[in-house]
Design a protein. Structure first.
Lengths: 126, 218
């Protein structure tokens, strides 16, 4: 349980960038209409490559903090694999919802606005 | 029961430059082992090899006589304080102590300067307080051994005295391997001292040996 809490805390630092990428995939699906299904493969690779780049950047800028998690028994590999899994899962859920129900554009804009405001608030609180 | 952690036969090269060879170092629970050496002699590299985060050409890190790999993945065996700040800036004092399952009251009793500061983020603490908190969590968290890389950096003289007292109290619970440039403080608290010079470790008995080996000018 403690490990999960630490993994989520680490992921929160990367959430905005990762979520914006996921949301951009949903926007692209929403705008592509009937050809949406053909885009899935491309969007998967787009998501995977950008996620790996974001995680690589996080490892570079947060490398000192990794000792904190290691001292608590959460290794670098465990941290990376878990956060990547959570991120891909969120992406997958958004894609499935979009493909099955079709999220209207204004709802996506609302989600985007909410996430940005939340991050702005948390950043200001820091 | 006394446990031992040994580093033996470690050899490390960076390209053509030999950093470590003929290394022997032994830590025991209940004792503080000091490791001295000039900048660039490989003290931090040696600690990283013992931790398992740096691969050496050949090495034997032994716990109670048995070879172990990646000791850093076993926090109940070995904890490591790096020479830089490692607690994420946005974490509060209380959050950090809770993560390590340590009592806030015990911490404040030991270091009263933190009274009423438990809700502050570590980035709002002074450099000395930040370092004190880091030393506290690494030394206080249950494990058989802890390695401290330059623990006295950023600390003022009073904080250094407090930390030295704290280390002497806590050595009963674990074995400590400490490296720092403030050799006088290290000599005061250590039970055994090694000097790392020209890729080799030398066991040191008196400060005069440090002079003979060119580490200090007496």
């Amino acid at each position: 349980m403690r490990a999960l809490k630490l993994i989520i805390r680490f992921y929160f630092g990367l959430f905005l960038a990762d979520f914006l990428i996921s949301l951009s995939c949903v926007f692209l699906l929403e705008h592509s209409g009937k050809e949406a299904a053909e885009l899935i493969g491309t969007l998967f690779w787009y998501k995977l490559i950008t996620s790996v780049l974001i995680f690589y950047g996080a490892l570079f800028y947060k490398k000192n903090e990794l000792y904190y998690y290691q001292s608590l028994g959460v290794s670098q590999i465990k941290l990376l694999v878990s956060t990547l899994a959570i991120d891909v899962l969120i992406w997958l859920v958004l894609i499935i919802i979009q493909m099955s129900a079709g999220i209207p554009g204004y709802i996506l804009n609302l989600i985007l606005g909410f996430v940005l405001l939340l991050h702005l608030y948390l950043y200001a609180k820091k | 029961m006394t446990h031992t952690l040994e580093a033996d036969g470690i050899q490390l090269d960076f390209g053509l430059r030999r950093i470590l060879s003929d290394i022997y170092l032994k830590c025991e629970t209940g004792k503080i082992t000091g490791l001295l050496g000039r900048n660039g002699q490989g003290k931090s590299c040696l600690m990283n090899i013992m931790l398992g985060t740096l691969n050496a050409g050949s090495n034997s890190v032994r716990f109670d006589g048995n070879v172990i790999h990646k000791a850093g993945k076993k926090p109940d065996l070995l904890l490591y304080l790096p020479q830089f700040n490692f607690i994420p800036k946005s974490f509060t004092v209380q959050m950090v102590l809770k993560d390590f399952q340590l009592s806030l009251d015990d911490f404040i009793n030991r270091f009263p300067g933190f009274k009423d500061r438990q809700h502050e983020k570590v980035s709002h603490l002074s450099g000395g307080q930040w370092r004190t908190l880091e030393i506290y969590i690494i030394v206080k968290t249950p494990s058989l051994f802890a390695m401290l890389d330059e623990p006295f950096t950023h600390l003022n003289p009073i904080q250094i005295d407090n930390i030295k007292q704290f280390l002497l109290e806590e050595k009963a619970n674990k074995g400590l391997l400490i490296t720092d440039h403030m050799y006088n403080h290290l000599l005061e608290v250590s039970d055994n001292i090694y000097l790392l010079k020209d890729t080799k470790t030398y066991p040191i008995k008196t400060i005069f040996e440090l002079d003979e080996l060119g580490y200090v000018n007496l």
